[in-house]
Design a protein around this ligand. Structure first.
Ligand code: ARG
Length: 436
């Protein structure tokens, strides 16, 4: 393709993306993901996605290719392999999610993986994206658990080969088949992904699935998981089924190996661009995250950090008298000092006076994390926001009630008494501005 038609496609795509997010957001992520310092992403594609959603998968990947981003793809083929084995009347079983692999199973697996790999590469190339299939040349393995048969435990990952493909401007499409000397070995695709991610150290690890995320008890998608704050809690939840717990465990081990800036996204193929190029995303974003501390009598240092965060998030100046009565303020702050909440006790019911996340940190789930911690301490709280503030969508989703006035929207949680509510609304409307 010529350079000018490439540029044309890129511009068209950026325009289309404009429909899902602001130009500023999109450019922020394109810049972040194109950084020469860190590889963009490893994307794990489950076998059932290839079976049932290949078209969306390919258009999302071609789309990334057209904006100049090259991910490393690792695919599964579990359902196809099971079907092929059933057809050939070969018995198979699993131990802890890993397929017990006899020599017959291994030979069928190799054929199915080769076929699936070729199918993805051909589909990408048919849409003008250059791709290279890598079957059984990336993972050097040994057999650690003879009970599993021909299953490889990964000893090393041939990153150099992956880099060569990326540098030749192709998308590496890797099958989870390893080798020991000249013997092929089967590898569980999730395990292969974890090892590949650890070796490549990318900015993002993405799991594409048909369900597109992790869901809570009520069946709603969980948009953000901050492991530092929520891992223990989540692992205790009865509603989180064992498959998801296993996945979360693997993801945690993976994020433990990557820099703090790295993240894992779980989404569906069709939502991949939205997940990648907007702050709010579309799927579940998992980060190692940061701890949140609470300061009941904020000292000078905390006051200074608070002021920096608020001024950068609201592009204004915090009035000097904000900390005139620090005993009335309760400050929450993430350990990275990029998100903060101030609760004021000046009124009889706790008032959330400020909630700020610096613009560069939006989309990392810091806001959701700090909010979660504040809510553990404050079952009852009210706050206000400007009608045009983009955060109102989030506020509307988490509040129990809201009153919309011309100048302010007032939100609350845990206040049901009508009289108190009226006083709260009155208080919120009258309160002078503290960022000017
Ligand atoms: N676009 C950003 C990223 O890919 C943020 C995604 C936020 N996603 C979410 N499900 N909360 O890192």
């Amino acid at each position: 393709m010529s350079n000018s038609s490439n540029q044309f496609i890129k511009n068209t795509i950026l325009r289309l993306l404009g429909a899902i997010g602001s130009e500023k957001e999109i450019n922020k992520y394109i810049e972040k993901f194109s950084s020469p310092e860190q590889r963009f992403a490893v994307i794990k594609v489950g076998g059932s996605v290839i079976e049932n959603d290949l078209e969306n998968l390919i258009s999302s990947l071609v789309f990334l290719n057209q904006v100049g981003l090259k991910p490393v793809i690792l695919h599964g083929a579990g359902p196809m392999l099971s079907a092929a084995l059933e057809e050939k009347k070969i018995d198979f079983s699993f131990i802890n999610g890993q397929r017990v692999t006899s020599i017959e199973v291994r030979d069928v697996a190799q054929g199915v993986f080769e076929e699936t790999n070729t199918k993805i590469v051909a589909a990408l190339e048919a849409q003008g994206a250059s791709a290279k299939g890598l079957v059984s040349e990336i993972f050097q393995c040994s057999i650690k658990d003879p009970e599993l048969g021909y299953v490889g435990s990964i000893e090393s990952v041939n990153v150099q080969r992956v880099n060569e493909v990326l540098e030749s401007d192709s998308i590496p499409v890797i099958a989870p088949i390893g080798f020991q000397d000249s013997e092929m070995l089967n590898i569980n695709a999730d395990i292969a992904t974890v090892e590949l991610v650890k070796a490549i150290n990318p900015y993002k690890a993405i799991f594409l699935s048909e369900t597109g995320g992790i869901f809570n008890k009520a069946g709603e998608l969980i948009p953000n998981i901050n492991l530092a704050l929520e891992y223990e809690e989540l692992m205790q939840e009865e509603w989180l089924h064992s498959g998801m717990k296993l996945k979360l465990e693997q993801i945690t081990s993976l994020l433990n190996h990557l820099p703090k800036s790295a993240s894992v996204s779980i989404t569906e193929p069709i939502n991949l661009p939205k997940e990648l190029f907007t702050d709010s995303g579309s799927g579940t974003l998992i980060k190692y995250g940061y701890n949140v501390s609470q300061y009941q009598l904020p000292d000078a240092e905390i006051q200074k950090n608070f002021k920096t965060i608020i001024e950068s998030s609201f592009s204004g100046n915090l009035i000097d008298s904000f900390f005139a009565n620090p005993q009335n303020l309760d400050i929450f702050m993430t350990s990275c000092k990029r998100a903060t909440i101030a609760i004021s006790h000046e009124f009889s019911i706790p008032y959330m006076d400020k909630f700020g996340v610096i613009p560069e940190a939006k989309g990392e789930g810091l806001g959701a994390g700090i909010w979660h911690e504040m809510r553990k301490v404050y079952p009852q709280v009210f706050w206000r926001s400007r009608p045009n503030n983009p955060i109102n969508k989030f506020y509307t989703s988490i509040c129990e009630g809201c009153q919309k006035q011309d100048e302010w929207h007032i939100f609350w949680i845990g206040i049901s008494d009508y009289g108190s509510l009226k006083d709260c609304i009155e208080y919120a409307i009258r309160k002078p501005k503290s960022v000017i």
